[in-house]
Design a protein around this ligand. Structure first.
Ligand SMILES: C[S@@+](CC[C@H](N)C(=O)[O-])C[C@H]1O[C@@H](n2cnc3c(N)ncnc32)[C@H](O)[C@@H]1O
Length: 315
């Protein structure tokens, strides 16, 4: 079951309200939840009287949402669309709501726990499964396809850039060696990749825990993260979507992002810098430093430990 990260803080910062005043009269507004997941943030927005447009490109997340939120969808309070947030401009214009006032947009990046824990989707090094890792099942290329096809230098760069993996070069070399030795039998399952990483790390004398109960990182954590980011073009999607989300906001509307690793946060920081330093200034930064979960949340939800929230308000 997915535990929503920074639930109250994120929704408070979205400044939820059912209407805004335009030209002296109240006009109904919408909130955009670009990463619906298990619908935690959406549910909180709905409970505060807001109408929500929610997106997720994972078929399973959207199917579950259509069941769990059937009443709200029927009542016209929630529009749930299976779409990549990089195309949110197309989604919004296809809705034919005019005028469409968006008073806040939320991005809670990455994966939800149901995806990570799925025994068949290959995101987790804890369950042996085919190395798929597509968040959007319509994508053509799986994690195994990348392992089987990318040149060594490209594999190394991917692991260093998206996973901060310090042994990226040695692991890339071993991946190519594995392909040469075992051909089409290589990387049929996530366990084969885990075994390779553990072998390289043991050889390099890494004292890392293999157990998931330990607070220390599993040796395969960074490589699995890097592969997932690459398969789903996660950084590219963020780069393409933030300007679109910001453009869609009405004046005073807020953009709230929750990042879980440096690559995501770097794109958000860069975008915030551009719009807050533009001439004329387009936005104000409401979080000089990123907000992080409080002690209670950190204790209750291990996944929240790396969360960083940033908020900008459109002028
Ligand atoms: C961390 S979860 C969101 C959890 C949600 N806020 C909640 O409270 O349940 C991130 C979700 O975003 C989705 N996602 C990631 N990248 C996406 C993209 N480019 N377009 C649409 N959905 C995306 C994932 O499929 C996942 O379900």
């Amino acid at each position: 079951m997915h535990k929503t990260v920074m639930l109250t803080t994120a929704v408070d910062y979205l400044n939820p309200r059912p209407t805004i005043v335009i030209d002296g009269s109240p006009a109904p507004v919408w909130y955009l939840d670009a990463t619906f997941g298990a619908g935690g943030h959406t549910r909180e927005l709905l409970s505060r009287g807001c109408s929500v447009i929610a997106l997720d490109f994972d078929e399973e997340a959207v199917n579950a949402g259509e069941t769990n939120f059937a009443g709200e969808i029927k009542a016209g309070k929630l529009i749930l669309s299976r779409a990549n947030f990089a195309k949110l401009d197309e989604v919004l214009s296809s809705l034919e709501i005019s005028p469409l006032f968006i008073a806040g947009a939320l991005f809670d990046f990455g994966t939800n726990t149901d995806q990570l824990m799925s025994r068949k989707r290959g995101f987790s090094f804890l369950h042996d499964a085919p190395l798929d890792m597509r968040l959007d099942q319509r994508l053509a290329v799986t994690a195994r396809d990348l392992l089987m096809a990318l040149p060594e230098s490209h594999l190394a760069r991917m692991m260093a850039e998206y996973g901060n993996e310090s042994l990226s070069r040695a692991i890339a070399r071993a991946i190519v060696q594995e392909r040469l030795e075992h051909g089409q039998d290589s990387f049929r399952s996530s366990q084969q990749l885990v075994d390779l990483i553990v072998r390289i790390k043991d050889r390099a004398g890494f004292k890392q825990s293999r157990g998931h109960t330990s607070r220390r990182l599993h040796p395969a954590t960074k490589v699995f993260q890097a592969l997932r980011i690459a398969v789903n073009d996660e950084i590219g999607n963020i780069e393409r979507s933030l300007p679109k989300a910001f453009t869609s906001l009405c004046p005073g509307g807020r953009l709230v992002t929750i990042s879980f690793h440096e690559g995501e946060d770097r794109v958000v920081k860069q975008f915030a810098r551009e719009i807050t330093r533009a001439k004329p200034v387009a936005a104000v930064l409401l979080t000089k430093k990123p907000l992080t979960p409080d002690e209670t949340e950190l204790r209750q939800n291990h996944r929240s430990r790396s969360a960083k929230m940033r908020v900008v308000e459109k002028i």
